[in-house]
Design a protein around this ligand. Structure first.
Ligand code: XCC
Length: 635
């Protein structure tokens, strides 16, 4: 197959290395899978029971129902919402882990952790209705953790998840409650999806999809508390300057990549690397330890400590191919099993850390909150040992890296705006939206996929929107793409932003002493951090006295692939936002489901999915949505 795999030049440099060494990469395996199963792609393959697998003939000639009688609509809807359940479970398990760590801190255990952002703890407590007078920080932490954990265990279905209702507009919360899709318990919402999609239960595609919305809102709840409680424990991100792409790997250092999603261990690895840096130097690495990031764990430490990002999802195998990565430490989610195979061809130590994510070929160092520092030290020792095995002749570090200004939490954005108007920080943003300097806001989220030339859709759509004065925000692997390609810089603003947008970003940048504009794309964090963008949107909506679906705000996941992304996308739609997908979701085998997702949901919740694989057309469509919303607001 002769196609371009990635626009990332570092990847382009290393793919021939893989070929020469007979190493299969994600793109080789994608090629080997062609042609992929058409039934699966349409979502009409059902593997829910052992009478099957069954599939519906999309051309109408063969069977139209599975053995049990489920038709294409039932099958497609069930498959989709099972994906949403898996996404919600993943994000929420991450959230539970953080909440448990906060609880331990409140109890006086888990000595590696402390409360780094007291103001945020107070603010979260207030939002959750917890009285704080006369209580010390530890007590407050424990109560916040307990109320958060209640969102995983409440049995009274009449009481909604507190992290959901307390963070959205009142109107939205009411709408979703009236639709019966507001979850009362994250775990129950996931379990409900699994049970209603068991053989012989829910067969009505509309009802099934409503279950999916509920699952997506459980995902929202889990994401929200993950982000906020991580800020409490590790600090709320503030802007800092760092860099991205494989050039961040250093020949003279012991390079350790942290990969996955959960910051609980990677934070401590960063602390331990500072403490033990001399050991690395003693082992011969002049520059000591060099921690770099991959995927969302990378993003978490990038946002809080300016740790450089090596790469995003699709190219996660590449750091090993540089021959200079000594250890890759993984926690949970988006970790390719192939890493265990590829690392066999190099000296790299692959280290798994979570009981639920073990990979054949990896060394397992079990992580617990109580013994976090011990695990981190053990990991550093393994990296030092691996470094001794490094073969200098095989080192091939692509010298590509771009500056990236990162760390735009909601607090950081409001803080920057407050330099223009301390009494009313949102006013300058609103004024500029009203006067058209900023036409609208686009949040880029989601993954990379082999179905798209890596990073291309992100970059092309963003440039087009920026030229049309759309303010750009990004999270997850989308943010990874922008940071690797130099779009999180002041230079990118000067080069690509339309005049209005440039003027606003420059005014904010100057007011904050940056001697120039804010970067073209604001890095808001990992995927759970999509809620940071939602929190700004909610504040804007509340100020305007409208609901979220009225705002000129769009979401784009132009290279999406994971179940978590299915959950996030559905959550954005449930919140009323038009959500673009640049890959075709596996639902097109059902006209009913496709119509609901791309059209009918608009009447129900205000949001819907806009599917467009062509980046140019996608940008045009997103711009028309923004225009339509502006008209609706009479601006
Ligand atoms: Fe995973 Fe978060 Fe997707 Fe990236 S964006 S591929 S889910 S790492 Ni979350």
């Amino acid at each position: 197959m002769n196609f371009k795999f990635s626009i990332d030049r570092a990847v382009q440099q290393l793919l021939p290395v893989a070929e020469k060494n007979n190493i299969q990469t994600v793109w080789d395996r994608f090629k080997a899978q062609q042609p992929q199963c058409g039934f699966g792609k349409l979502g009409v393959c059902c593997r829910i029971c052992w009478k099957g697998p069954c599939r519906v003939d999309p051309f109408g000639n063969g069977p139209q129902r599975g053995v049990c009688g489920a038709d294409a609509h039932t099958i497609v809807a069930r498959n989709l919402i099972r994906g949403i359940a898996a996404g919600a479970a993943s994000h929420s398990d991450h959230g539970r882990h953080i909440a448990m760590a906060l609880f331990e801190v409140g109890e006086g255990h888990a000595s590696a952790y402390k409360i780094k952002d007291e103001a945020k703890l107070q603010q979260v407590a207030k939002r959750l209705g917890i009285k704080t007078d006369g209580k010390n920080l530890q007590q407050i932490a424990k109560e916040v953790a307990t109320v958060s954990l209640d969102d995983f265990s409440r049995q009274n279905a009449k009481v909604p998840c507190q992290w959901a209702v307390s963070t959205m507009t009142k109107e939205r919360a009411e709408k979703l409650s009236n639709l019966g899709v507001m979850p009362h318990n994250i775990d129950a919402a996931v379990a409900e999806i699994m049970s209603r999609t068991h053989v012989g239960c829910d067969a009505d595609p509309v009802n099934i999809l409503l279950g999916g919305l509920k699952g997506a809102l459980a995902d929202y709840t889990g994401m929200y508390l993950s982000t906020e409680l991580s800020d409490v424990l590790f600090g709320t991100p503030q802007p800092s300057v760092t860099s991205a792409n494989l050039g961040v790997i250093k020949e003279n250092a012991i390079n350790i990549a942290v990969h996955g999603h959960n910051p609980l261990l990677s934070e401590i690895v960063c602390d331990a690397a500072l403490l033990l840096n001399d050991a690395a130097k003693k082992a011969g690495a002049a520059e000591g330890f060099n921690i770099v990031g991959i995927c969302c764990t990378g993003t978490e430490v990038m946002m809080r400590h300016g740790v450089p990002l090596a790469t995003n999802y699709l190219s996660q195998e590449m750091p090993i191919l540089t021959g200079a990565l000594d250890a890759m430490v993984v926690d949970v989610q988006c970790i390719m099993p192939s890493l265990g195979v590829i690392k066999e061809c190099f000296h790299t130590e692959l280290i798994t850390t979570m009981p639920t994510t073990k990979i054949p070929g990896a060394t397992h160092v079990e992580f617990t909150e109580e013994k976090a520092m011990d695990a981190a030290k053990q990991i550093l020792e393994l990296a030092i040992e691996a470094y001794q095995r490094r073969d200098p002749k095989r080192i091939n570090i692509p010298q590509y890296k771009e500056t990236a200004v990162v760390g735009f939490s909601a607090e950081a954005i409001i803080g920057a705006l407050s330099k223009l108007n301390p009494e009313d920080p949102l006013k300058p943003l609103l004024d500029n939206i009203v006067n058209g300097n900023i036409q609208g806001i686009a949040l880029f989220a989601g993954c990379n996929s082999t179905n798209v030339v890596q990073d291309q859709n992100f970059i092309e759509i963003a440039k087009r929107l920026a030229a049309n004065n759309v303010l750009l925000l990004a999270t997850g692997c989308g943010a990874g793409a922008f940071s690797k390609h130099g779009l999180m810089t002041q230079e990118a603003t000067l080069k690509y932003a339309g005049e209005g947008l440039k003027a606003v970003l420059t005014a904010i940048g100057e007011a904050n002493g940056l001697n120039g504009p804010l970067p073209l794309v604001l890095h808001m964090g990992s995927c759970v951090d999509n809620t940071r963008a939602i929190s700004v949107a909610v504040a804007v909506a509340q100020k305007l006295g409208v609901d979220l679906n009225k705002l000129p705000l769009v979401v784009s996941a132009p290279e999406t692939m994971s179940e978590k992304a299915m959950a996030i996308g559905t959550c954005a739609v449930s919140l009323g936002l038009t959500t673009h997908l640049g890959t075709i979701p596996q639902v097109t085998g059902s006209k009913v489901v496709t119509e609901i997702l791309t059209d009918k949901l608009k009447d129900l919740v205000g949001g819907y999915f806009l599917v467009e694989t062509d980046p140019e057309k996608a940008a045009e469509k997103l711009l028309s949505v923004i225009e339509e919303k502006r008209k609706g607001l009479n601006i």
